[in-house]
Design a protein around this ligand. Sequence first.
Ligand SMILES: [Zn+2]
Length: 251
Amino acid sequence: MSTKPDSPVAKKIVASPNHDPRESRIDMLLLHYTGMQTADEALARLSDREARVSCHYFVDEDGRVTQMVAEAQRAWHGGAGSWKGAADINSRSIGIEIVNPGHEFGYRDFPDAQIDAVIALCRDIIKRRHIARERVLAHSDVAPTRKKDPGEKFPWGKLAAAGIGLWVDPAPIAEGRTLSANDRGAPVEDLQKQLIKFGYGLEVSRLYDDATRSVVTAFQRHFRPERVDGLADPSTMDTLRHLLRAMRAHH
Ligand SMILES: [Zn+2]
């Protein structure tokens, strides 16, 4: 990598050897948390050849931004996943690791200084790379059965207020028809079709199976974070409908 970061928001380079050539055009921005006890430990792992993981940018809790892999290269942050039917998420995305111990080690609020830096970085990347609003995603969106990051504490609404990511205010939680494990039939099929249309990797099985529950959970972490339980309640389904409408309105 050159000695100058690709983004002016990054002030430092810590080069990771874990990258290779892209096989697609960049059209997606993927946000992660580090999910390790300390930032130093995460930085060490992301630059360890043996670990075979990396990211393009690393954002400390105090807002310092470090670049680890050149944007032109494929960094190894996404693993197996899919969005809108496409796999090889790493080839099409820029990956940002945001320091937070995560669900395993004491998940905590993301400090304002860190979020301000994430916002500045995302704005710069989106502008330079022309990334569509609905393609700024959580790792959990593209790998819902494996991943929880950056999780329900991540302030997507605040990012949206700064023009980053597709967002609608979540529909209020209310009683009503709720789909849950082992439900089957047309209502489940409708839900699955809407989730697939939005982008999630899912099969239309007409059965509220584990895969469906995982996708609904991922959807809630990102778009209806007040309650993350994997149940398709009216608020979850309304929020999804509103997002699909907002997505159409952007095209
Ligand atoms: Zn991740």
